[in-house]
Design a protein around this ligand. Structure first.
Ligand code: ZN
Length: 219
């Protein structure tokens, strides 16, 4: 799943926990992806490109069921004991696990049960059907917005970023060649997407609150 729709998951969690700050929730749903970027930079995980498609060959440290659950438990302990905020700790852990669960639906068969064994491995492979991938991700992003009761600007953020993902979804053949020659490029593009979607979702999810709170202040 692409960055904007992972970020949209934070809206679901926020809606169920309105008093919690949104930014840590945005971090939680992308923690696993940020780890993937870092592990790719370090060469501990890697991807390949063949048949005009990106294949996430090796990502068991960031994206396995075991590591997702372990990262969730670790986050829970740090936030619960370190910051004494059990509600945020639970919500953050849910966000971390959500990432791996959603990726199992969209990824090719590349999400292992644990880093310790290459089997079993899961992935429904929706990513291999770009149009279906686009429709499902788009519908999910809009659903998250609807559930959150976001404002129109936030809906536009979700629509525009989904459309911006289309060239990447539909890319084939030579379009992906730069990623072969410069392996740091794909993790960097993904990191950039994570940051920019954090910014826009945070900004426009809050602008609604600001409008309503300033309106109530005016009253
Ligand atoms: Zn992922």
């Amino acid at each position: 799943m692409y960055a904007i729709n992972h970020a949209a998951t934070a809206l679901l969690i926020k809606k169920n926990n309105p008093k919690l700050p949104l930014f840590p929730l945005l971090v939680s749903v992308q923690l696993v992806e940020v780890l993937w970027v870092f592990f790719n930079y370090m060469g501990w995980e890697y991807f390949s490109i063949s048949d005009g498609k990106v294949h996430l060959d090796f990502l068991p440290y960031s994206h396995s069921i075991f590591s997702g659950v372990a990262a969730a438990i670790l986050s829970f302990c740090i936030i619960s004991w370190g910051y004494k905020n059990k509600k945020l700790a639970i919500a953050f852990a849910v966000g971390v696990v959500s990432h791996v669960m959603i990726d199992v639906i969209f990824h090719e068969k590349d999400v292992q049960l644990s880093p310790f064994s290459s089997t079993p491995v899961w992935g429904l492979g929706i990513i291999d059907r770009p149009i279906l991938n686009f429709i499902l991700e788009f519908a999910y992003g809009v659903f998250c917005w609807w559930y959150f009761k976001g404002n129109r600007a936030l809906l536009w953020v979700i629509i525009i970023f989904n459309i911006l993902d289309l060239p990447m979804m539909l890319a084939h053949d030579d379009a992906l060649t730069p990623f072969i020659h410069y392996p740091f490029l794909l993790p960097s593009v993904i990191l950039f997407q994570i940051f920019i979607t954090w910014y826009f979702v945070y900004r426009y999810a809050h602008s609604k609150k600001n409008i309503s709170s300033s309106a109530s202040e005016a009253i």
